[in-house]
Design a protein. Structure first.
Length: 67
């Protein structure tokens, strides 16, 4: 896998995680789920951390390719 394929792979994963995040947040509209909003927010925070890590990887790969 070359560096551009790696970047595409990580960008795709970030997009998937962003969709998953939106879906989880939409569940808060359900009253039963809203009662457990702390758990939902924990899931969202976990996804945000994963997204941040993937973005770091993408930025690192980009910085290596510019040399």
């Amino acid at each position: 896998m070359d560096k551009y394929e790696a970047i595409d792979k990580y960008e795709q994963r970030v997009n998937e995680l962003e969709v998953q995040r939106k879906i989880i947040l939409l569940t808060l509209e359900d009253r039963d789920v809203f009662k457990h909003k702390e758990l939902v927010f924990k899931e969202v925070i976990d996804i945000d951390v994963q997204i941040a890590l993937y973005i770091d990887v993408i930025e690192t790969i980009n910085s290596l390719t510019s040399k």
